[in-house]
Design a protein around this ligand. Structure first.
Ligand code: ADP
Ligand code: DAR
Length: 344
């Protein structure tokens, strides 16, 4: 393998941290699952507009390719190689009264975590047989859920395009054909082994075998962040009693993208702030202060529509789940105050 051709104007974490010295140290290394440096960096090589540009093929990738991954983890999360991740999934520790009880600004709230099955490769290095085993074992566990979490599983294989497009349009289902995921092999054998589980109200959903093997999602209209978090915690604990998740004391829950390590949690609101959006500098000053990320309303790499934005926590590793949701809540309170002041 030769040093990749990385243009001067490339700004991804890959371009920043894959120095010739790091490349020489790692170019011939392979994990026990046969995952190589070339595979780990291919997404960032093929997609020069990546923000990060690397994915792990298994938990071992984070140690085998540590000279590269540690630098990216430190840069993105501010988390050192000697640091220890702590988890806190206790909703009682969250101070999050509804920031918008009259429903003037917040359209909907969604909190999700990524999870991967212990002792198996992650999506980029998994075999078709292993991925199908993940689907069957996870779905077996999901089908035992009761009460609010009771629902049904819908494989992507055989799903009509109309149903699929409707679920995506309504923000419930993942998109397909993501070029970043494609370049690291996460879309192999698509759509086999992929699907979505959800309850009748679609307030509890689980994606199976997209970027991570599970994305456990709680969502509803309005701004009752604490209710969404409580439902998610109940779901995580119920599923964890059936399926063992990949976790280690250093970097927490193991995910294919290093940005999702630790809590693997993204807590978001879709919020209408048309006045604040006219001054993006002021908008970003508030989101930066509360470690928040601004996204479009149809997921990553999408645009906002009608002054509505997806606002979520940026920090996921080195803080607890309660702190990640607190970041989002407190930032949303500040955004609403700023929007009200401009509206007045
Ligand atoms: P992830 O949050 O899992 O990283 P994306 O950002 O791609 O994934 O979003 C996945 C889907 O969830 C998209 O359809 C997006 O519109 C939807 N979504 C995210 N946040 C919210 C929210 N607060 N309310 C409604 N839908 C949301
Ligand atoms: N698109 C890749 C991943 C960035 C983080 N988002 C994830 N994991 N969905 C990039 O390098 O930009």
């Amino acid at each position: 393998m030769n040093y990749p051709n990385l243009p001067e104007d490339c700004t991804s974490m890959l371009c920043k941290h894959l120095t010739p010295e790091v490349f020489e140290a790692l170019k011939d290394k392979t994990t026990a699952n046969g995952f190589t440096l070339e595979q780990a960096i291919n997404s960032g090589v093929m997609n020069i507009d990546s923000g990060i540009g690397v994915y792990a093929g298994d938990e071992e990738s984070y140690s085998t390719f540590a000279p590269l991954f540690d630098k990216i983890i430190e840069d993105y999360h501010g988390f050192g190689k000697e640091d220890k991740h702590q988890s806190n999934l206790n909703p009682d520790d969250l101070n999050a009264p509804n920031p918008d009880p009259d429903g003037e600004f917040i359209i909907s709230t969604r909190i999700r975590v990524g999870r991967n099955v212990a002792n198996l490769p992650l999506g980029p290095a998994i075999s078709k047989e292993q991925r199908d085993l993940v689907e069957s074992s996870v779905v077996e566990g999901l089908n035992t859920l009761e009460g609010e979490l009771e629902g049904s599983y819908h494989p992507l294989l055989g799903m009509s395009k109309e149903v699929q497009d409707e679920l995506i349009k309504d923000h419930f289902l993942f998109k397909e054909g993501d070029r970043f995921l494609d370049a690291v092999g996460l879309n192999r054998n698509w759509p086999e082994g992929r699907g979505i589980y959800h309850n009748k109200e679609k307030t509890f959903l689980v994606w199976v075998n997209e970027e991570d093997q599970l994305r456990i999602i709680s969502m509803q209209m309005g701004g009752d962040i604490k209710e969404v978090f409580t439902r998610l915690v109940n779901a995580i604990k119920s599923i964890e009693s059936k399926v063992q998740f990949s976790y280690n004391d250093h970097i927490g829950y193991i995910t294919s993208c290093p940005t999702n390590l630790g809590t693997a949690m993204r807590a978001s609101v879709h919020i209408a702030v048309p006045n604040l959006a006219k001054d993006m500098e002021a908008f970003k000053a508030i989101t930066d202060k509360f470690y928040l990320q601004i996204r479009g309303i149809h997921g990553e790499h999408s645009e906002s529509e009608g002054g509505v934005y997806d606002i979520s926590n940026r920090r996921r590793l080195g803080i607890t789940e309660v702190q990640a949701v607190q970041d989002m809540h407190d930032g949303v309170v500040a955004l609403i105050e700023a929007e009200k002041a401009l509206k007045a």
